[in-house]
Design a protein around this ligand. Structure first.
Ligand code: FDA
Length: 397
């Protein structure tokens, strides 16, 4: 039985950061990772370039049952702290858009940086190591039986992530462990995930697969302006991934297909400027032609839209504008955990200290990263939560 100070279950973003932070304080930390290498999600993130933080991070960029929960950790470990580490390791990066920072070269550099930091902080990493049993002893210590032997520690950090991308090592282990220790769980579902369409909604759009256009996606009071991409199964692209975290089957979801434009003013203006042009042709100049054509064929009222613009009455233009500005997208579901970037829900934050990530029920037990009911928007916010929550736990564990 090996005695250490801190055991971290999960060698992903949050677990490595927690272990590194604890190790720097002189704590003997061991990371238990069941996959054959650490940081697999970091490696595949950001298209292989890891969108490692967002300089505009605020608590408003997160979904959580308690909107105040993430404030303390985010305030104490900001994007600038992580950027400082990245710069110290001479990793070149750039801002893509909206404060999103990516590696110039490869996500591998971020994993290497974290592993190097762990090594210099004396952290031991056990890969291909499965946890068989976790026990809480009468003396308050945690006993972990693994395929690499048994460990005893005063602190146990659960950093096993969520359910997305099971082929990358995702497991429900953290949730089961939380339940074992009496923690409440909020229902989990896939987030930042493409939406699927079915029946006539699918048939009408499927052949436009590959078409992308800017939209404002709105659902349950939340809006995101960015690109939408039509896929074979439904719709994706950043605006759809973002809104998917706010959508559940049955919820109304609308798309403004002319973002930043008053559609009625635009239609009226086009009518004045090009009265003899076909409506379909003019709309095709404002968005991808194939998409405009399909809208004209099946979605917009007062067709056929092969008529010249001068034949439309103001009331007809108004009705068409209303659809262009709030086109109802009837999604049937999501692509699920297979392609989701994150898992919504998880360990209820009511049972966890927001400053240390320590369980309020079991002293010495910590939860960090995605296993908690904290989910960021697309754009580097999820890694920032992993670093910030890992840091908070690493300082306390
Ligand atoms: P994470 O999933 O990283 O790590 C958990 C670790 O625990 C894994 O290594 C897993 O193998 C291990 N584990 C699980 N069960 C275990 C068990 N029983 N025993 C031992 N080990 C166990 N975010 C962002 O901010 N910017 C981005 O660019 C992207 N891009 C992106 C792309 C793709 C394709 C996905 C799927 C996700 C993203 N994300 C992202 C989200 C981001 O990857 C995610 O939020 C963090 O990795 C969460 O960090 P955690 O450490 O909590 O979990």
């Amino acid at each position: 039985m090996e005695h250490v100070d801190v055991l971290v279950i999960g060698g992903g973003a949050a677990g490595l950061y927690a272990a590194m932070t604890a190790g720097r304080r002189g704590r003997r930390a061991v990371v238990i990772e069941h996959a054959n290498r650490v940081g697999k999600k970091i490696l595949m993130s950001g298209g292989g370039r890891c969108n490692f933080t967002n300089t505009g991070t605020t608590p408003e960029n997160y979904l959580c049952g308690n909107p105040h929960f993430c404030k303390s950790a985010l305030a104490r470990h900001t994007p600038w702290h992580f950027i400082e580490l990245v710069e110290r390791h001479r990793i070149a990066y750039h801002e893509k858009e909206l404060g999103q920072l990516f590696c110039d070269e490869s996500s591998k550099l971020i994993v290497r940086m974290l592993v190097d930091e762990c090594t210099s902080a004396g952290v031991r990493i056990e890969t291909s190591c499965s946890v068989e049993r976790v026990a809480h002893r009468d003396d308050g210590q945690f006993e972990l039986h693994t395929t690499h032997g048994a460990f005893v520690a005063t602190s146990l950090v659960v950093a096993s992530g969520g359910l997305s991308i099971p082929s990358m090592g995702a497991s429900g282990f953290g949730y089961e462990l939380a339940r074992q220790f009496g923690h409440a769980l909020l229902p989990t579902r896939a987030g930042l995930v493409p939406l699927t369409l079915s029946g006539k909604h699918h048939e009408r759009l499927a052949e436009l697969s590959g078409v992308a256009l800017p939209v404002v996606a709105t659902c349950n009071g939340q809006s995101f302006e960015n690109f939408m991409l039509v896929t074979h199964r439904g719709v994706s692209g950043p605006s759809i991934l973002q809104i998917s975290s706010y959508w559940q089957p049955g919820d109304a979801l609308t798309l403004d297909l002319l973002p930043g434009v008053d559609a009625y003013e635009a239609l009226f203006g086009w009518q004045k400027a090009r009265p003899a042009a076909e409506f379909k042709t003019v709309l095709g100049d404002a968005m991808p032609k194939r998409f405009a054509q399909r809208l004209c064929e099946v979605y917009l009222p007062h067709g056929p839209h092969t008529r010249p613009l001068r034949q439309y009455t103001p009331a007809q233009l108004r009705a068409i504008a209303d659809v262009l500005q709030a086109w109802p997208l009837v999604a049937s579901g999501t692509e699920g955990y297979r392609t989701a970037e994150v898992t919504l829900g998880g360990v209820d934050t009511d049972g966890v200290s927001s400053s240390t990530m320590q369980s309020r029920l079991v002293p010495g037990l910590y939860f960090v990263g995605e296993v908690l009911d904290v989910t960021g928007w697309l754009g580097g916010y999820n890694f920032q939560w992993a670093w910030a929550s890992g840091h908070a736990a690493g300082l306390a564990a």
